[in-house]
Design a protein around this ligand. Structure first.
Ligand SMILES: [Zn+2]
Length: 370
């Protein structure tokens, strides 16, 4: 245990020297960095009630002082006590800051936090691939409103009111519009084709554009139907555009998407806004059009060797008649149009057998595409 030295005498000079030595000893100790336990020992050594240094000074210097020196020793002791209490308190701040810092220290031996990697949704990825193929051929990319008028969705695409072709597109109408004229009533677009009219109203020919987007139909959900799905619309209008251009463009696009060995097949079809119209099929990229892989029947093309992929045709001259501006004269210009279902293409490409998987947001399904 530390013992304070004996005072030789109580002269001013020797008191000055003794207190100055104590103060210097305290200051030297207070400067050393301390952890929590070290600080407690330091505090007790100087301020301990029973045998701390201040207590010893009180006992040995002050109480033993002759009457005429008591006042002077008491004053010096009080000064020293104030300095020591302040010094002990500020050393405590340093000790707890050191303790806090060591508590937050980075432990580099702990395993890291693994963040799951994000990935493009298979529908978006397929849509981007389709769009990229047409961009490379010089097509621009546009988007249109998902809430559309009856006029743009049907009438201007040559679906007259009450035409039976409207029935094939189970339409979701916006409620409460009975007061409006039929052509102004709002609906969820059933296809991306309304953008044909909207684009031609905005710009004169030539036009080459693809329009990816969501479309809606009143379909009961099952493995191959969803009330929401995606299409990419494309069309080109210029002078001297022929059916050969349509065939060449789509043949190139299908090879770019599914591999250079696929063949395309065009078969007659009907759409009100194209004439002539054609459905386009490609040879199955899984079985190379054979319908079987070895002895196993091909699931992708259901053994037919062909996969129906899109609708297409030459723009019906009547459609140009609905474009009032920009000089779309069917006598001078012609064009072709096509539309493909993105979800269906994604399902075929990735062999997904239920369309609802695309929209459930289930990470266990989606992480397969990461
Ligand atoms: Zn096949």
């Amino acid at each position: 245990m530390y013992s304070v030295p004996k005072l030789g005498d109580y002269s001013q000079e020797s008191l000055e020297k003794a207190f100055a030595e104590l103060r210097a000893a305290f200051d030297a100790e207070a400067q050393a960095p301390l952890d929590e336990a070290g600080w407690k020992a330091f505090r007790d050594r100087w301020l301990g009630r029973k045998s701390g240094i201040l207590t010893q000074i009180n006992e040995q210097w002050l109480k033993a002082a002759p009457a005429e020196a008591k006042r002077e020793v008491g004053r010096r002791l009080n000064d020293l006590r104030a300095a020591i209490e302040a010094g002990v308190e500020s050393a405590r701040g340093g000790a707890s800051a050191a303790a806090g810092a060591s508590g937050e220290r980075v432990d580099v031996t702990l395993p890291g936090i693994r963040r799951p990697l994000g990935a493009e949704h298979p529908v978006l990825r397929t849509m981007n691939e389709i769009v990229a193929v047409f961009r490379a051929m010089g097509y621009s990319v546009g988007e249109g409103p998902e809430i559309e008028t009856d006029y743009y969705n049907f009438e201007a695409l040559n679906f007259p009111p009450n035409h039976p072709a409207r029935d094939s597109q189970d339409t979701l109408f916006v409620a409460g519009q009975e007061a409006k004229p039929p052509r102004e009533r709002l609906l969820l677009r059933t296809h991306t084709s309304p953008m044909q009219i909207r684009v031609m109203e905005k710009q004169p020919p030539p036009v080459r554009i693809v329009v990816p987007g969501k479309v809606y139909r009143h379909d009961t959900p099952d493995a191959s139907h969803s009330p929401l799905f995606h299409q990419v619309e494309g069309f080109a209008v210029d002078t001297n555009i022929t059916f050969s251009d349509l065939k060449g463009t789509l043949d190139h696009a299908m090879k770019a998407l599914f591999g250079s060995s696929v063949k395309t097949r065009f078969s007659p079809s009907f759409f009100p806004f194209t004439e002539p119209s054609a459905d386009v099929a490609i040879t199955c990229f899984k079985c190379n059009g054979k319908g079987r892989i070895g002895e196993t029947p091909c699931r992708v093309c259901k053994q037919s060797g062909w996969i129906e992929l899109l609708g297409s045709g030459m723009v019906d001259p009547a459609v140009f008649g609905f474009v009032k501006a920009n000089g779309y004269d069917p006598e001078k210009i012609s064009g072709f149009a096509f539309g493909m279902g993105v979800d269906r293409i994604a399902m075929i490409k990735y062999e997904i057998d239920d369309i609802s998987l695309l929209f459930q947001g289930d990470v266990r399904f989606l992480e397969q595409f990461a």
